[in-house]
Design a binder for this molecule. Structure first.
Ligand SMILES: [Zn+2]
Length: 142
């Protein structure tokens, strides 16, 4: 894909995915965003993050992917990723969404994301990308 004057290798997000409420996830945007984040390209990551944050189902899906990746690695989600008052380095907005989606409550998580403003979604998506990228780089998730 082309981002202005340079490119990143594509990153494939599984497409066989149905949003619990039937809302469309922008898989291309999500793939481009994750590719930029994996490539460590701050300018593309920031630019694409703005679009992700405007798109609530895509933000929710990104948070979900970070949760799935964490679950695969740790066998569950630690409290520091799901509880508002747990403290720690994980952003509050991400914790709110991950907490809403815990126990497979996908719809609740997507609904909570839809109620956030774009600044909150931006924070949640940025945290989710950081978690996902860390795990992708460790080679323990895909
Ligand atoms: Zn770039």
């Amino acid at each position: 894909m082309v981002n202005g004057d340079h490119e990143h290798d594509g990153f494939e997000i599984p497409l066989d995915y149905v949003d619990p409420a039937g809302r469309a996830v922008d898989h291309r945007l999500l793939g481009d965003f994750v590719a930029a984040a994996v490539a460590g390209c701050r300018s593309c990551r920031d630019a694409l993050l703005t679009f992700v944050a405007e798109d609530s189902p895509t933000t929710a899906r990104l948070v979900e992917l970070a949760c799935i990746s964490t679950r695969e690695r740790l066998g569950g989600l630690p409290a520091t990723m799901t509880e508002e008052h747990a403290g720690g380095p994980v952003g509050l907005e991400f914790r709110r969404l991950a907490g809403a989606g815990v126990d497979g409550a996908n719809s609740a998580m997507f609904d909570a994301c839809a109620r956030m403003d774009s600044a909150q979604r931006r924070a949640a998506a940025d945290t989710a990308a950081g978690i996902l990228i860390t795990q992708l780089r460790m080679g323990l998730s895909h």
